[in-house]
Design a protein around this ligand. Structure first.
Ligand SMILES: NC(=O)c1ccc[n+]([C@@H]2O[C@H](COP(=O)([O-])OP(=O)(O)OC[C@H]3O[C@@H](n4cnc5c(N)ncnc54)[C@H](O)[C@@H]3O)[C@@H](O)[C@H]2O)c1
Ligand SMILES: C[N+](C)(C)CCCC=O
Length: 509
């Protein structure tokens, strides 16, 4: 099998509307694998143009079995290597990703629709994730516990086995790295299933791991949607499932995994509050509100889409936020000055626009955007663009304030007191993230303590370096990605008890 995909070599000059992917997108046993039947093709589109980018062939039972078998074989080798040996291979993979960063970012843009400037950051975060967990791999250790009479016990931190990663479409390559890096650092193997909408870049990560020197089968990619995901979650050869996606799918993953008591990490959706107090530094708060709502066309799980603004500063906040939202450059995501690209699919665009219509019906006022957008350039006319939207006059009971929209729609609401806004902010079944802007340091930490969410950003939003744990409270999930703590979610502790004396003659005294 060929190591480096031809796509990577043909990419440098590529522009929107040009790339066609014909390579096989499955990968196991150290090779790209041709789909078994070549039937049931599902088209994958380029969001920027609406043009078909490639066909995705969902894997069936036989293919999933092969991928898991191949992962198991690799796990037996990889888990016996020293942490430092694993670290060297992972550092080499990080180096290759860094070297090919621009081409991987381009392909991510072509498959996902986000702007190239954002995609480059995603790829940087990806290699940093590998570097970070490579650094931890050599430090994995147990403890020694002294017992009476010279006896002792020790603990060993061991791998789980074959882990499954199931990804969403908003950060395709980065999600594959957030899952595989800690898994591999701990000695596990992984079978990864990307979203069927973004089938293209995970296999590049598989090739890079191979090139860096992992055993064949250590990181595998199976394509498909719900059916393939179900086969993975029900498979008896899988020890753990790490899932990123919606709450309803997360519940199904948990149910399926329960049948064989698989460990589960769930990174699910959100409807996060962003609280802006009147003593904030307004310029930063406005920038923060844009960061909290419009990255990746608003398709970000931890977005702060419920923006609570203290009543006294509401007029000036709205004026600034609307001015800057209107100035966001929408269009060809591969152009350097574009700041908002295309949404993932036509169907998703219609769903997001439907939320805006519903908001209007329920009494919200559209201050800007919320409409389908057609760029002037002819090749972009079939793309899935919309203008970023700010909604005023929102109330806590409106659909746009209660449900995750997963698009560029910010709902703004006034509040009067800290106590009131905390109660309203926490009145949700989600708990992924939250944010607060204030100059009052005591208030900032008090609010952070009282917000029911896995992350609270103080005086910024959507900053998530790999060193910092990321994950949800309540129905936004459990388990964590990133940070040292994630090692706990990809390993298990074995206790070894050692007797240095004689065994008690307890039954024959
Ligand atoms: N917390 C996080 O880190 C995080 C990050 C990104 C996205 N998300 C959430 O993901 C959602 C958007 O992503 P999506 O539309 O891809 O979500 P989704 O739940 O529809 O799909 C996610 C993945 O699950 C697979 N899948 C679907 N049904 C399945 C089943 N029955 N069994 C196994 N796998 C199945 C899909 O093919 C896809 O790969 C949003 O709710 C967003 O908030 C969360
Ligand atoms: C990198 N962000 C912006 C924090 C997003 C993390 C993944 C959520 O969708």
């Amino acid at each position: 099998c060929s190591l480096i995909t031809p796509i990577l070599f043909s990419m440098p000059g590529a522009s929107t509307g040009q790339v066609v992917v014909t390579d096989h997108l499955n990968f196991w046993g150290g090779c790209r694998v041709k789909p078994k039947d070549g039937i049931n093709a599902e088209p994958v589109h380029e969001p920027a143009t609406g043009r078909k980018l490639c066909d995705m062939f969902p894997c069936g039972k036989e293919e999933v079995d092969q991928a898991i078998q191949s992962a198991h074989t690799a796990y037996l080798k990889w888990s016996k290597m020293a942490g430092m040996e694993r670290a060297r291979v992972m550092l080499e993979a990080a180096r290759i990703i860094r070297e090919r960063r621009d081409n991987i970012a381009k392909l991510e843009v072509i498959n996902n629709g986000k702007s190239i400037t954002e995609a480059r950051v995603d790829i940087d975060v990806s290699w940093q994730t590998l570097e970070y967990y490579a650094g931890i791999a050599g430090t994995l250790a147990g403890e020694h516990i002294q017992l009476p009479g010279g006896s002792f016990a020790y603990t060993r931190r061991e791998a789980l086995g074959v882990c499954v990663g199931i990804g969403a479409w908003n950060y395709p390559f980065q999600i594959a790295c957030w899952k595989s890096a800690p898994a591999l650092a701990c000695g596990n193997a992984m079978v990864f299933k990307p979203s069927p909408f973004t089938a293209v870049t995970a296999v590049i990560l598989a090739e890079i791991y191979k090139e860096a020197g992992v055993p064949d089968g250590l990181f595998n990619v199976v394509q498909g949607g719900a059916e393939t995901g179900t086969l993975l979650c029900n498979h008896p050869g899988v020890a753990k499932v790490s899932f990123t996606g919606s709450v309803p799918t997360g519940k199904k993953i948990m149910e399926m995994s329960a049948k064989t008591v698989k460990q589960v990490t769930l990174e699910l959706g959100g409807k996060s509050p962003l609280i802006i107090f009147k003593d904030c530094e307004l310029e930063n708060a406005v920038r923060g509100a844009l960061m909290a709502n419009f990255l990746t066309q608003g398709e970000v799980c931890c977005n702060g889409t419920r923006v609570y603004v203290q009543r006294e500063i509401m007029p000036v906040f709205l004026e600034e936020v609307v001015k800057r939202t209107k100035a966001i450059r929408i269009g060809d995501p591969l152009l350097e000055n574009t700041r908002m690209g295309a949404l993932i699919t036509r169907q998703h665009l219609d769903k997001v626009l439907g939320f805006v219509s519903q908001a209007k019906k329920e009494g919200a006022m559209v201050l800007c955007g919320g409409e389908a957008f057609t760029p002037i350039e002819p090749k972009l006319k079939g793309g899935y663009y919309m203008s970023p939207c700010v909604l005023d006059n929102c109330t806590d009971d409106m659909t746009c304030v209660k449900e995750e929209i997963f698009g560029p729609v910010m709902s703004v609401m006034p509040f009067d007191t800290e106590e009131e806004v905390l109660k309203r902010a926490n009145n949700t079944t989600f708990g992924l993230a939250s944010g607060v802007f204030t100059r009052d340091i005591s208030r900032a930490h008090r609010v952070a303590e009282n917000l029911q969410a896995g992350t609270c950003f103080i005086n910024n939003y959507n900053i998530s370096p790999v060193e910092v744990p990321f994950g949800g409270y309540k129905q936004s999930g459990f388990g964590r990605e990133n940070g040292q703590v994630t090692i706990e979610y990809y390993s298990q502790l074995k206790t070894v008890v050692v007797e240095m004396g004689d065994v008690d003659d307890y039954f024959n005294c």
